[in-house]
Design a protein around this ligand. Structure first.
Ligand code: GLU
Length: 302
């Protein structure tokens, strides 16, 4: 069955921007008669542990908004051997890279960063001899990168339209052994039958690389919708430091989950201020073509 998904990282509590994206992912999936799956992106175990107990709160918050998921929850930390098998399957197109971030930025051949700060990997470790690899490996463990041969990929985004990007030799596994976000997302979306990816616009620049990797793994890239972000009054992407932005913090200020759903709905132009809403009502009114394209400001006034 075709499916959409929501894929939070349990490194900090969901804020109203994350919750709005989750509601949109649900609306996109349900309005196109897709299943809706939940995946916990918990590969960075150090950060997950340091955050402490976030997953349980994320599940409770999604449930408080009324979001219901199909099938079993998928946890990336339980899928390490699947990522290893996928990388094995890519054969000798995968190579070890010993560069630090700084070395990449300072490489003579380093391309200038693009408007989004994305700096394609200059290929320093692509063609090392075995002797050079042995010598560098003694200094630091290698990350794994995929040889992309400068491919360019275009994805059709339901919100942003046609988006092209250079696919550089991106990282599949970090030097510390943690499987990279771009690899895990693609492997999991394929395994879970995800054919619609709805997420925040901050991840738009990852889409060409992920679509390309999907094809290398024998799959068809999903439909993408990168939805506008929620920002603070200064126009900066909403974050925990912006004060009362999670359900728990808002509840302490007298705003319950129903208030948050009303705020989300109004911000999407789906209801009038203070009009009572349910997810079913939003689904009735949802029209992807009418989705506001601008960022929304969250400014809690007591
Ligand atoms: N785990 C990512 C995040 O929380 C989302 C990844 C995705 O939807 O592809 O930002």
């Amino acid at each position: 069955m075709a499916a959409g998904r929501y894929a939070p990282s349990p490194t900090s509590d969901l804020h109203v921007g994350n919750l709005r994206t989750a509601v949109l992912a649900w609306l996109f999936a349900r309005s196109t008669h897709r299943a809706f799956r939940l995946r916990i992106e918990d590969l960075d175990t150090d950060r997950v542990r340091a955050a402490g107990g976030v997953e349980a709160r994320q599940l409770a918050d999604l449930a408080a908004l009324g979001l219901v998921f199909d099938g079993d929850l998928v946890r990336q930390s339980e899928r390490q051997s699947t990522y290893a098998a996928a990388v094995d399957g890519l054969g000798d197109r995968v190579y070890e890279c010993y560069c630090t971030r700084r070395e990449i930025a300072e490489a003579a051949s380093a391309p200038h960063p693009g408007p989004d700060g994305f700096r394609p990997y200059p290929g320093t470790c692509r063609d090392l001899t075995d002797a050079q690899r042995g010598e560098r490996r003694r200094r630091r463990p290698g990350a794994l990168r995929i040889r992309a041969d400068g491919a360019t990929t275009t994805v059709q985004d339901l919100v942003a339209g046609s988006v092209s990007g250079i696919v550089d030799d991106f990282v599949l596994r970090r030097g510390d052994g943690v499987w990279a976000y771009n690899l895990a997302v693609v492997v999991d979306d394929l395994a879970m039958g995800i054919d619609q990816v709805v997420r925040g616009a901050d991840l738009l620049s990852s889409a060409p690389r992920q679509a390309w990797l999907t094809e290398q793994l024998g799959g068809v890239p999903p439909a993408y919708a990168h939805v506008p972000l929620v920002v603070n009054p200064a126009g900066v992407r909403l974050a925990k430091r912006d004060g009362a932005v999670s359900l728990a913090d808002l509840a302490a200020r007298g705003r319950d989950a129903a208030w948050v759903l009303r705020w989300i709905s109004e911000s999407l132009g789906l209801s009038a201020p203070d009009e009572p809403v349910t997810l079913t009502l939003l689904l009735d009114r949802f029209d992807p073509a009418a989705l506001p394209r601008a960022e929304t400001v969250f400014d809690l006034v007591d």
